[in-house]
Ligand binder design. Structure first.
Ligand SMILES: Nc1ncnc2c1ncn2[C@@H]1O[C@H](COP(=O)(O)OP(=O)(O)OP(=O)(O)O)[C@@H](O)[C@H]1O
Length: 248
């Protein structure tokens, strides 16, 4: 599943350089440097409170940088608002799904295309494309999102993100609270979508083994700093990491 990585000839789609930020006066990230290359799946791993969600908040523009650089395709996007960054192709699927629970599955999905200047036919076509990947929610298109299982809600959250036609998908803790069999099923589908579309994906997970089985590269965050990065095979074989995160 994991492939070797040679990014030396490519231009990064996302660059964070020496990025620091925090909440109020409490600093949460210290001089983070990371790059995402086109069509990669990259994992951001770390224990509770390490700063993973904060990195995604920076990338989606929810949290401004205190210092450092943020570029998309070489363009300086530091200070851009979340809608500006949506227009640049960023989509953040937040932890906890955050669906509109009183709306139907289909209404939630359509919300994802709200800002797109697409015809009704194009939006319907995209809906069917998503239903094709996630038949479980196709069957429930008229059901209220709040009545779905956790796994189905996660499928709707990812589907809603994909409705916006992003080039960069940021997914926070996809596996949270879900049975392993459901997590495998969703990641398998995500990999299929990734193969079919030119899409770059960053997954945030506490479960390092899971994240590195899906991603080709990973960054490990510890106390708001990147402690190590590399391709998944090297990370999974790294003794210090195995000891700290896998308990072996
Ligand atoms: N809204 C907030 N206000 C103040 N501090 C926050 C806020 N959100 C996060 N923090 C703090 O920032 C640090 C990083 O939190 P973050 O949520 O990014 O970690 P995480 O790696 O995603 O952890 P988890 O896996 O538990 O979600 C923590 O010390 C956390 O307490």
């Amino acid at each position: 599943m994991v492939s070797g990585v040679n990014n030396s000839l490519k231009q990064p789609i996302i660059t964070l350089k020496n990025a620091s930020t925090g909440y109020g006066i409490a600093q949460a990230l210290w001089e983070i440097t990371l790059e995402l290359y086109p069509r990669e799946i990259v994992a951001l791993i770390g224990s509770n409170g390490a700063g993973k969600t904060t990195v995604l908040r920076v990338l989606s523009g929810v949290l401004p940088l205190w210092s450092g650089e943020y570029k998309i395709n070489g363009e300086d996007v530091k200070g851009y608002t979340p809608p500006d960054l949506v227009n640049k192709g960023i989509c953040h699927v937040p932890e906890g799904r955050q669906l509109f629970y009183g709306l139907s599955v289909e209404e939630n999905l359509r919300m994802g295309a709200f800002a797109l200047k697409k015809s009704r036919a194009e939006i319907n076509e995209r809906l069917e494309w998503i239903y094709n990947f996630f038949p479980e929610i196709a069957k429930r298109r008229n059901q209220l999102a709040g009545t779905l299982s956790g796994g189905e809600q996660q499928m709707v959250a990812i589907g809603r993100g994909l409705m916006g036609d992003p080039s960069i998908l940021l997914i926070d803790e996809l596996s949270l609270g879900l049975a392993p069999v459901i997590v495998d099923r969703i990641y398998e589908t995500l990999q299929k979508i990734h193969r079919e579309r030119e899409i770059t994906i960053m997954i945030v997970e506490q479960d390092m083994e899971l994240a590195l089985s899906v991603a080709s590269r990973g960054y490990v965050l510890e106390n708001g700093r990147i402690s190590i990065s590399g391709n998944s095979r090297d990370l999974i074989n790294n003794e210090a990491i195995r000891e700290a995160y896998l308990g072996v």
